[in-house]
Design a protein around this ligand. Structure first.
Ligand SMILES: [Zn+2]
Length: 312
């Protein structure tokens, strides 16, 4: 059954029935309110922390698509939106307006979503990508600033279109058993593992962040980590990330202002390094570390981000 909000098929033959023809007419966008001559909108207060400036822009910068800076310190020009519904994906938390990314990220997500059913995964529930102009986010993430990061829920897409309300309210499911350091075998499945393997095997992907318990489950799923190091090395243990996994793409070809991370170390990463992550060590408070990081200001970002912020 077509989704009630599905667009009418423009290729459908006209029937001659005037009522049905009327249903084929796509409404024009509402006219923009007229702006009095000489009026210019108030300039944003550039002394505010950058997250307020970038978090306040609702539309992408109408410039050529560019990821500028590094994943946790940069911005995004010419962003594209991931449509909120596809055959095999749905975007969650629409009120956040974070379904924006470099066009290559959008293509990657559409490709991953298309491959999902063959992996035994019904479809993707997509969380945060980036703000329309990237930059530091009002809340949450330190990264996701240059339109090359995406959060994908570890909950498969249901068989129906979720309402806007459900996309705000629905909770993702943790993969952990008793909030401990192993996945729950009643929740974690091989389909989860196949989906992450598919993403990690994509040459466009730089890193995938998952909870250490999920990395361990993937090492076991592979049967032979050393023989699967080509994809396993891209899956990195990190804090959190047991409700969703985080895909980070490499800087797309020719994006000279985009700063790649060092490639992940060689090897599957299933041995010593992972045992550290599974110990108490990473979760102990570290003395001498400031409790809170200083706010990022516009001047802390690459200088091109000023034009991205202000472009009309
Ligand atoms: Zn993320």
């Amino acid at each position: 059954m077509p989704h009630p909000e599905a667009k009418p098929d423009p290729a459908a033959p006209p029937t001659g029935d005037i009522v049905e023809l009327a249903a084929l007419v796509v409404p024009l966008p509402a006219p923009r309110p007229s702006v009095p001559e000489g009026y210019s909108p108030p300039a944003p207060d550039l002394a505010k922390p950058a997250r307020f400036l970038f978090g306040g822009r609702m539309e992408p910068a109408p410039l050529e698509a560019r990821s500028i800076g590094s994943y946790a310190r940069g911005c995004l020009a010419g962003a594209a939106a991931l449509p909120i519904d596809g055959e095999t994906w749905q975007v969650m938390r629409l009120s956040r307006n974070r379904n924006w990314g470099h066009p290559d990220l959008i293509t990657f997500l559409e490709d991953l979503a298309a491959s999902a059913p063959d992996l035994g995964w019904n479809g993707l529930l997509v969380g945060d990508l980036a703000q329309p102009r990237g930059g530091p986010m009002l809340t949450g993430h330190a990264s996701h600033q240059i339109g090359l990061d995406a959060d994908i829920w570890l909950t498969p897409m249901p068989d129906r279109r979720l309402s806007r309300e459900e996309r705000e309210q629905m909770s993702a499911i943790s993969m952990l058993k008793d909030a401990g350091m192993t996945v729950d075998p009643a929740i974690w499945t091989d389909a989860h593992a196949r989906l992450i393997r598919q993403a990690a095997s994509d040459p466009r992907v730089e890193r995938i962040f998952v909870h250490p318990a999920i990395k361990k489950a993937l090492c076991e799923f592979s049967g032979d980590p050393d023989a699967n190091a080509d994809w396993l090395r891209h899956v990195r243990p990190w804090y959190g990330h047991h409700y969703h996994f985080h895909v980070r793409m490499k800087c797309p070809e020719g994006q000279t202002a985009c700063r790649n991370q060092d490639p992940p170390p060689a090897g599957a990463g299933c041995g010593q390094a992972l045992s550290w992550w599974l110990s108490d060590e990473p979760y102990k408070p570290k003395p001498g570390q400031p409790a809170k990081r200083r706010e990022t200001m516009l001047g802390d970002l690459p200088s091109a981000c000023r034009s991205v912020l202000l472009a009309d």
